[in-house]
Design a protein around this ligand. Structure first.
Ligand SMILES: [Zn+2]
Length: 404
């Protein structure tokens, strides 16, 4: 028992009055601001001492506890090897509690004292219920006494630098576990962190494939106040858009009824043998499929597999294929496939790529984003194939400006 030195009470006479403590303190640095023995509690203590002298009856029980540091959470339970009792300042954590007239005094590790106003039961988990937890009002922490725990549950507690487990002795059955945080061992599972860190707007812009600021704001509403976003890669990688109609004239109302397609290439620099790519864009959802090609003649096999994939995986059929006049779209083999599946082939007037606006725009967008990704990450140009697939992946997951 730690001793109050004021008013003539010394360690010796205090012990003689109340007996020596049965429990010991584990002293370490403590939070003195939140757990000070207040003037009222001190007066109450003196009053009780007088009454105990006159009545010569039971002295208040005294026990000790160690508080390593202040603990923010009112719900988290911390394992404490210096605590002689389980204590909590949050009545909502108790399943049952009985308030007592005679306070049970608890001496904190820094020498300050506080009194328990009640004792109750706390269910930590289905396999672990603490039966005598002391309620200390205004106590900013919940402590599990390690000694009480191991004694009452006949268990062992194994710690490592990140976690601990509580196991029944003999059977080895795990009855509890916890995690380390801020130098303390908390009972239970580590709380899920919803946002690990807030990356800067520029980092978000880079990671999401350099979208336009307005699109970035749609995805990250917290950036709504952002006026401008400087990005050198965007300035280098993106050209000024030119005259394509803003919206295709026809508006389809179901997915896969109209598929737009366009072949891009050849690229001056091959990407692991690939010099071309072909896109298939669903007009309704603007969802895009990109396939890398070594030769334009691969269009037939790629389109056939795309057709089967849509049918098999999504249960949808393609009704119309729109393309420009590239000769690969008019090969007899592809025409036969289209006819056999009842797909209408619509092509644009010669020398008017604008009519194939959706596919042309999408290809331009894909190439711009791929180039910007390469520039932003200082990746050699011959990796453009992977950058293109990444660009498609990102664009497919972003709000489309053509969709309301
Ligand atoms: Zn950018």
């Amino acid at each position: 028992m730690h001793v109050l030195q004021e008013d003539g009470y010394t360690q010796e006479n205090c012990y003689s009055l109340h007996g020596f403590p049965s429990k010991t303190a584990n002293v370490s640095q403590a939070d003195t601001t939140k757990s000070k023995f207040t003037e009222d509690e001190y007066q109450e203590y003196l009053r009780l001492k007088c009454s105990s002298l006159t009545q010569s009856s039971q002295a208040p029980n005294t026990s000790t506890t160690c508080i390593s540091q202040s603990i923010e959470s009112h719900n988290s339970w911390v394992i404490d090897s210096g605590a002689s009792d389980h204590i909590s300042g949050n009545t909502s954590l108790f399943s049952t509690i009985s308030f007592q007239d005679k306070p049970h005094f608890i001496t904190l590790a820094n020498g300050s004292k506080t009194s328990s106003k009640g004792v109750g039961r706390v269910i930590l988990s289905p396999s672990l219920t603490l039966k005598s937890v002391h309620f200390v009002s205004n106590c900013p922490f919940n402590l599990i006494s390690l000694s009480q725990l191991t004694k009452l549950f006949n268990c062992s507690v194994t710690f490592d630098h990140k976690s601990f487990v509580i196991q029944e002795r003999g059977s080895g059955r795990q009855i509890g576990k916890g995690y380390e945080a801020g130098g303390l061992y908390h009972f239970g599972s580590r709380p899920r962190v919803s946002c690990v860190a807030a990356p800067s707007p520029k980092v978000l812009h880079d990671r999401l494939g350099h979208p336009h600021l307005s699109k970035l704001k749609k995805m990250c509403p917290e950036l709504s106040g952002l006026q401008t976003l400087e990005c050198e890669s965007c300035q280098l990688g993106k050209h000024v858009r030119s005259t394509f109609p803003k919206k295709s004239l026809s508006q389809c109302n179901s997915s896969f009824s109209i598929i737009h397609s366009d072949i891009w290439g050849p690229s001056r620099i091959s990407s692991f043998g690939f010099r071309y790519f072909v896109t298939f864009i669903d007009e309704f959802s603007r969802c895009t499929w990109v396939y890398l090609m070594k030769d334009r003649s691969e269009l037939l096999s790629i389109f056939t597999s795309f057709l089967h994939e849509i049918k098999n995986q999504l249960g949808r059929v393609i009704k119309i294929l729109r393309s420009d006049n590239a000769k690969e779209y008019f090969s007899s083999a592809l025409s036969a496939v289209l006819i056999s599946h009842g797909i209408l082939h619509q092509s644009t007037c010669p020398h008017t790529p604008q009519q194939n606006g959706i596919a042309e725009k999408k290809n331009r967008h894909l190439v711009e984003i791929a180039r910007t990704l390469l520039l932003g990450a200082h990746i050699p140009v011959h990796q453009w194939g992977d950058a293109l697939l990444t660009a498609c992946f990102l664009i497919n997951r972003m709000p489309s400006s053509s969709q309301s």
